[in-house]
Ligand binder design. Structure first.
Ligand SMILES: [Ca+2]
Length: 312
């Protein structure tokens, strides 16, 4: 049985590849809808970009909802320095023809979790956790109906990418992350410790382009765009493809290894705001609340991704 999911996202080239991976995998995943959130770029652009991506996959039937346009407690921090002015710089894509749904993303999340059987809907969070936290605040009954939250965010050994201590998604809305990590819902985390091993090297980028399809060329152009930034910043051989790890985990969890540990979110300290304090070594008595991943089979991940994108 395919897993029913909602993708909550701020596209973002790596979000875009994650959406394509989900749409290319109907035997594993049923995509109930996409909820856009402000993050890499403002909401207006993430809601637009999500629809552009659906049209790359020739899936204008997918429902896309716009959600929260700012974090719960602070002003929005964006990442045009990584993703470009549109958030999806790289290939030239036409303006989407498919509509944005009228309902608010938060209401869609609430209504879907109430109408589907308990424990059958997974939330895949690829951006700041504002939409999901807002849904949990507005409708506390839904948290226990979620099968699992699989999210890209945080870091432990890799520490931070937007501040010395914090990863971007958690840093943008730590108050939202705090609500989610305290919700009691089963959580699986793909931190920088994992995603910094999912590097799009030259040969991996070539493999996307060699698919010869519109989707393959588009993925290659996206990853080529944002790898300039990472190569310069980290001196790494390619850009980390953060968000597709979330979808790959649903398809083949054996690609990942981690520990079930306690994770707390720093919301107060000016210096380390947005840090995911993961008790990796079990030095506290705080109860485990998340499966915190630490390693992935990078070749297996890219083999899966290339094979699936090749279907589109
Ligand atoms: Ca993202």
């Amino acid at each position: 049985m395919p897993r029913k999911i909602i993708i909550d996202t701020d596209p973002g080239q790596d979000d875009a590849v994650a959406i394509l991976l989900a749409l290319a995998s109907p035997e594993d995943i049923t995509l109930l809808g996409i909820t856009a959130v402000a993050g890499n770029v403002p909401l207006e652009l993430t809601a637009l970009n999500a629809r552009k991506v659906c049209e790359v996959a020739e899936r204008p039937d997918i429902k896309v909802f716009a959600g929260c346009d700012r974090p719960l407690a602070h002003s929005l921090v964006t990442a045009e320095h990584v993703h470009g002015k549109t958030g999806l710089d790289g290939p030239d894509l036409p303006a989407p023809k498919m509509p944005l749904q009228d309902a608010h993303a938060v209401d869609f999340i609430i209504e879907t979790l109430r109408s589907e059987a308990p424990g059958t809907v997974t939330l895949c969070a690829l951006g700041p956790l504002t939409n999901i936290a807002t849904a949990f605040r507005k409708a506390p009954d839904i948290a226990e109906r979620v099968q699992e939250i699989v999210l890209m965010g945080g870091a432990y050994f890799e520490v931070g990418n937007i501040t010395p201590a914090a990863e971007f998604n958690i840093y943008v809305d730590p108050e939202a992350a705090d609500i989610v990590f305290k919700s009691g819902t089963p959580i699986t985390v793909m931190p920088l410790d994992v995603t910094h091993k999912a590097l799009v090297t030259g040969p991996r980028n070539d493999a996307f382009r060699a698919l010869g399809s519109h989707a393959g060329r588009t993925v290659a152009a996206w990853t080529e765009f944002f790898e300039r930034f990472d190569k310069e910043k980290y001196g790494s051989p390619g850009a980390p493809l953060h968000d597709p790890t979330v979808i790959a985990y649903l398809i083949d969890p054996k690609l990942f290894q981690g520990r079930h540990v306690n994770v707390e979110i720093e919301t107060v300290s000016e210096l380390t705001r947005g840090m995911t304090v993961a008790d990796w070594w079990g030095v506290t008595d705080r109860p485990a609340n998340a499966m915190f991943m630490g390693d992935l089979d990078a070749d297996g991940f890219f083999d899966l991704l290339t094979e699936r994108i090749g279907r589109l």
